[in-house]
Design a protein around this ligand. Structure first.
Ligand code: NAD
Length: 467
């Protein structure tokens, strides 16, 4: 294990931060702004080194994407939290304190920082998955320890060095390492634990957290579906789906995974997606605009899903071809109506492949989606508002984008999170602030307590019953 403060273990960092948190008492708005601003300044100062590191970790991820997704995405969360948390942090008066108002009582809810937040990030968005939740954690007045992903080690090191230069480890620290470090990390008595990663590992993290009754925010994955209604413009839907799928070569938790469309329009949609993808990426191997698959294991995994479908006789449209042994860039594979038992039907793809499925009636597609695990994102294309509302009312997912894909997680003022197998809890906006705050109910008694004269206290008499 390495970290920004190599002499301190995970438990020592937690204890250090907890003691400092208790010793400090209330965390002023000014101090919260100062901490958020420190992270903002750090990101601005280190953006080139961080983008370079992300590029190297992926074996050639375009700096434009790293800048947009991880640097600007994190800055957006940090600035939004900095500029709005004062609207969220004030006490909430509860004037309706019946029946205690009879006693002259008042009540309010006070939002207090929980204390020390552990945040475990992933490699596909190695800064965003740490710093976007951190924005809400700091806004709520907490301290934090970040655990980076072992699959993005260069980014982890640049971040750890930058944090160590700018922050006292009593406030913010970075821990690096693989699954064994993550296991140790998730077994600590944090005041709250955030995990971003796969559903399978999320279960291990929640089980470890349960041993200490640590509340968790789980930002997991799943097979995010797209529904292309009959009222949708196929060219527009294809444009948005192709562009959204191209981001990070599909290595995005909200990447479109399965696209549902009426059987009469499936071929046109597949051709339009392929044409738009080819326009963005006329070549595959060596194309500096295309993000490679992050490592050999994931390259083999995505390739195996596609090869399994081919071996089953499923139609697969590959948009371009990769030269063997050059790099880990893969062409987009459109896999048409694979059977449920195919590998690609059973697993989150998380790479440059996508399933296209046909329906005769969109309600069949919604029924099929509802039979599976609840997805992180759901997308609907169409101009038919009645159908749009029907889809929204009859499905459940972490979030939704309409007539686009991948966009809603960028909303800073709306909660980002999953439901069911795609996770629990949120960050972003007021809901994110609340996630990392303890909502503490306060009751203040009035000067006069009438319970005795009303006969509500022993020794009881019939007086109260007669009232
Ligand atoms: P992962 O679950 O393999 O790893 C994530 C983290 O868990 C890493 O820090 C890793 O060190 C740790 N880890 C791995 N194995 C572990 C174990 N056995 N015990 C304890 N910790 C362990 O996920 P990944 O491959 O890094 O990321 C891909 C997944 O993350 C996809 O499912 C994707 O959808 C999801 N994701 C979700 C979001 C979101 O916001 N909901 C964002 C990005 C990625």
């Amino acid at each position: 294990m390495t970290q920004s403060n190599p002499s301190l273990g995970i438990r020592q960092l937690l204890d250090l931060q907890k003691q400092a948190f208790i010793a400090q008492g209330p965390v002023s708005a000014e101090l919260r702004v100062q901490r958020l601003q420190q992270v903002i300044d750090m990101l601005v100062e280190c953006k080139d080194a961080l983008c370079e590191a992300m590029g190297e970790d992926f074996g050639g991820r375009p700096a434009v994407f790293s800048l947009a997704n991880d640097i600007l995405g994190s800055l957006s969360s940090l600035k939004h939290a900095r500029d709005h948390f004062r609207d969220w942090m004030g006490d909430s008066e509860r004037p309706s304190v019946k029946p205690f108002d009879m006693f002259g009582a008042t009540a309010w809810v006070k939002y207090q920082p929980k204390g020390v937040i552990g945040i475990i990030g992933t490699w596909n968005a190695p800064l965003f998955t740490l710093l976007s939740p951190l924005a809400c954690a700091f806004a709520a007045g907490n301290r934090a320890v970040l655990k980076t992903s072992e699959i993005a080690p260069r980014t982890a090191q640049v971040l750890a060095d930058a944090v160590a230069r700018r922050f006292d480890p009593q406030v913010l620290a970075v821990v690096q390492g693989g699954p064994e470090v993550a296991a140790e990390f998730s077994g600590q008595p944090w005041d709250h634990l955030v995990f971003t990663g796969s559903t399978a590992v999320g279960k291990l993290i929640m089980a470890a957290a349960a041993k200490n009754l640590v509340p968790v925010t789980l930002e997991l994955g799943g097979k995010s579906p797209v529904l292309v209604g009959n009222s949708a413009d196929v060219a527009n839907a294809a444009e948005r789906i192709a562009v959204g799928k191209a981001l990070n070569s599909g290595q995005l938790c909200v990447a479109p995974d399965v696209v549902w469309v009426h059987e009469s329009r499936l071929q046109a949609l597949a051709e339009a997606i392929a044409a738009r993808y080819r326009e963005m990426y006329p070549t595959v191997s060596g194309n500096a605009d295309m993000t490679p698959v992050v490592n050999e294991r994931h390259h083999a995994r995505v390739s195996a899903y596609v090869n399994d479908a081919k071996a089953r006789g499923v139609t697969v449209v590959e948009v371009g071809s990769a030269a063997a042994g050059v790099d880990r860039r893969l062409p987009l594979a459109l896999v048409i109506d694979p059977p449920p038992e195919a590998e690609i039907s059973r697993h989150e793809i998380f790479g440059p492949a996508m399933v296209l499925r046909s329906f005769q009636d969109i309600r069949e597609a919604v029924a099929a989606i509802n039979e599976g695990e609840r997805p992180l994102a759901l997308y609907y294309f169409g101009s038919d508002e009645a159908e749009q509302n029907w889809v929204l009312d009859h499905s459940l997912s972490g979030g939704v984008s309409i007539n686009d894909v991948v966009m809603h997680p960028a909303l800073e003022d709306a909660p980002f999170g999953g439901v069911g197998a795609s996770g629990m809890g949120h960050y972003h906006g007021r809901e994110g602030f609340l996630e990392f705050s303890h909502a503490r109910s306060v009751y203040k008694a009035g000067n006069h307590d009438p319970r005795r004269e009303w006969g509500m206290l022993p020794p009881y008499n019939a007086q109260f019953e007669q009232m």
